[in-house]
Design a binder for this molecule. Sequence first.
Ligand SMILES: Cc1cc2nc3c(=O)[nH]c(=O)nc-3n(C[C@H](O)[C@H](O)[C@H](O)COP(=O)(O)O)c2cc1C
Length: 207
Amino acid sequence: MEFNDVIDRRHTVRSFKDIDVSMEQIKRIIDAGIKAPSNNHLREIEFIVIKDKERIKEVIKKIPKTQSPKRVEFIMNSWKLKDEVQIKMYQDSIPKQYSMLCDANVLLIPLFKNKKNILEPKSLSDLNGFASMWCSIENIFLATTNENLGYALRIPFKNEIEYLNEVLEIPKDYVIPCYIAIGHKDDNENIEQVKVNFEDKIHFDRW
Ligand SMILES: Cc1cc2nc3c(=O)[nH]c(=O)nc-3n(C[C@H](O)[C@H](O)[C@H](O)COP(=O)(O)O)c2cc1C
C-alpha cells in the first residue's frame, strides 16, 4: 500500500470476522512497532501476543461483557456530548469494549519499561517512556492497516490493570498502556470519522 493510502485508510475497527491472522503478519506488525522512535534510544518496549480464544477470554474477563442501551445513554448524557458523529461513535463503541477484544483474532498487549511515576509526573520528560510507547502503538496501527487488517484499542481501567499484571505475570517495572485487538474487519462496520478542515488547523507564525 502507498504510504498516504495507509494514513487515509487507518481507522478504528470494532467488529471482526473469524479469519486467521498469520504469524508472519503479526511479526511484521510488531516489527513496525519496535522500529518507532524511543526517548532513550533503548526501545524498552515488549509485546505479548495472545491468539488462543480461551486465554484471550481469561485476560479480558474484567471488562464488562456488554452495556445495556440505558447504561450507554446514561454514560453519554453524563459526558454532555454535542457532536453527532462523535455521539454515533460512542453509541457503537461503548457496548463493544468486550466483544471487539474477544472477537479479534489476535490480542496484542504492548508494554513499556517505566522508571518514573507516570500518574504523578513532575515534568513532561517524566512521560517520555509513555510517549515512546504511543509512537510504537501508532506504527502498529499503520502496519496493521498496511496488512489490510483492522484494529481496536482499549485503555484499561485501574482494576483491569491490576488483574492484567497478575494474569500476564508482568514484571514490576513494566506498564501496559492499552489492549490492542487485531483481526479481519467486518465489512458491515462503517463508523464515520470526524472531518476537520485542514486550513482551520494550521497557524502560521502565531496562533
Ligand atoms: C489515547 C486513545 C485512547 C482510546 N481509547 C479507546 C478505548 O478505550 N476504547 C475504544 O473503543 N477506542 C478507544 N480509542 C479509539 C478512538 O475512539 C478512535 O481513535 C477515535 O474514535 C477516532 O476514530 P479513528 O481511530 O477511526 O480515526 C482511543 C484512541 C486513543 C488515541
